[in-house]
Design a protein around this ligand. Sequence first.
Ligand SMILES: Nc1ncnc2c1ncn2[C@@H]1O[C@H](COP(=O)(O)OP(=O)(O)OP(=O)(O)O)[C@@H](O)[C@H]1O
Ligand SMILES: [Mg+2]
Length: 471
Amino acid sequence: MSRIEILDAATSNAIAAGEVIERPMSIVKELMENSIDAGATQITVEIADGGITLIRVRDNGCGMDEEDAQKAFICHATSKLRSLDELFSLHSMGFRGEALASIAAAARVTLSTKEPLAEKGTCVRYEGGQFISCEPIGMPSGTTVEVRDLFYNLPARFKFLKKDQTEANYIQVLIERFILCHTDVSFKFIKNGKTVLQSPGNCDPSSALYSVYGKEICSACRPIDSSIDGITVKGFVGLPKIARASRSEQIIFVNQRLIRSKTITSAIDAAYTNMLMKGKYAFVILDILIPSSDLDVNVHPQKAEVRFSNESMIYRAVYHAIVNTLSAETMSVDYAFNSGNESKETVTSLSPVKAPVSEAAPAVKASVDYSKNIGYSNLYFKQQEKPYEVPAASIEPIPSVPVTEDVPSEEKRTEKTPSMETILDIVPQSREESLHELTSSRVIGTLFDTYILLETKDRTLLMIDQHAAHE
Ligand SMILES: Nc1ncnc2c1ncn2[C@@H]1O[C@H](COP(=O)(O)OP(=O)(O)OP(=O)(O)O)[C@@H](O)[C@H]1O
Ligand SMILES: [Mg+2]
C-alpha cells in the first residue's frame, strides 16, 4: 500500500517558508529587495513590536496590475527570470519567485499596489497561505505590503523569535546596510511610530555613511575605489583606530547584494595584517562589482551567499584595493600582545605612526571567528560546516591565507546567539566616554621620555605621546 502523500499547497508553502523566512528581519529584507527591483527611489519600513505584530514596507516603484498582484503570491511566480541561463546575467535582487509566497504562508499579509498610469490599485489579502480577497483600492502609485502577526499559524517558529527590541535592532541594522549600498534610494525606518532612521538617497556614498554612522566614524574611514581584472571594489575602509571587537562591521556587497564570504573576509584580514591588535576586526564596507557571468547567486535559500567563478581573483582584487588605500594613509597603529594568559593588553599610540603596509602581506593563519557577530549575522556570518581553504595557488604575490575554523558544538552555537551587547558594538564610543576612560586610568610611568603609560579600568595599556597630550 502506498504511504506517500503529496502535501497540500498550504503545508508545502509553510515548509518552504522556513527556508526563506527566519525572523521579521528576513521579511523586511525580501520586501525591500522587491521594492528596489521595482525601481523605487523611496522605501519606508514601519514596524511595531519588533516586526512581530506589524511590518509595513511602502515604495514608490512600478507597482503591479491586478493580474500580477494575484500571481505574485504563487510559489515560483516571478517577473525577474525566464530561464536558468538568465541566472548568470541577473540584474535583480530577486529571482526565485518565493518570497511573497513564503511570507504569505507565515503571517497575515495585505499587498496594495498600483501602476503609475492606472486609475485604481489592487489590494490582495492572504492569511496563513490561504487566499482571502482581491479588491480594487484607491492609492498612490507604488506598492505597500503589510505583514501582521508573524508565525501566528506556526507556533513552533514563533517560539524562536527573540525579544521585540532585539528583533527591531536586527531590522535596523539591516536597513542601515541597505542605506550604505543603495545610495540612490531614500530609506525611512519608523519603529513603534517614531522615525529612527532616514537616508538622503542622493547617490553620495559619504552621505549614506554619515547618515548611518555619524561624523566620528566617517572621519576615520577612507573611500576605496579600485579595479583589477574587471572586478571593481568600492566602499570604505576604516582606519585601525575604529577596528571592532567582532566582524559586525565588515559589510560586504557583491553586485549590490548583501552577502557573507569567507574569501573576502580572508582578504580583509590579510590586508590589515600587522595593523590590528589581536581580537580586533577591521571596519570595512565593500561594494564589489563583478560581471554577473562570474557569479552564481543561486546557492543559498536566503540569497546571503554567492559563488564566484574565480575566488582567487576576488581575493586579490579585495586585498590590493584595501592595501593600496591604507598605504596612502599615515595612521595610528594598534599593537597587541598577549600577556601569556587569556587577558590581552593593548598599547594604543595616539601619535601618528607609519603603518607597516607592504604590497606582499606576510603569511597569515587567519582563524575566522564569527562567534561575536550581531544577531542578524545568522544570515550573513553563518558558520560554515567545513573548514574553508582560500584557493592559494594563483594568488601571487600574496601568500596563501588558509582559513581554519572550528565548527562549534551545538551547545556552543546556542551560547553564541546574538546578544544586545554585540549589537551595541556598532555604536561608536562617545568623546565623553573616551575622556572618562583616560581620566579614570592609572598612570604607570613614562617610556623613552616620550610616552605616558596608563592602565585603564579594563586592564588596557594606553601609550600617549606627551606632546600630543599637551596639545
Ligand atoms: N514592491 C513590488 N513592486 C512591484 N512588483 C513587485 C513588488 N513585490 C513583488 N513584486 C512582483 O511580484 C513578484 C514575486 O515577488 P517575490 O518576492 O515573491 O519573488 P521574486 O522577487 O521574483 O524572487 P525572490 O523570491 O528571489 O524574491 C516579483 O517577481 C515582482 O514581479
Ligand atoms: Mg523578491
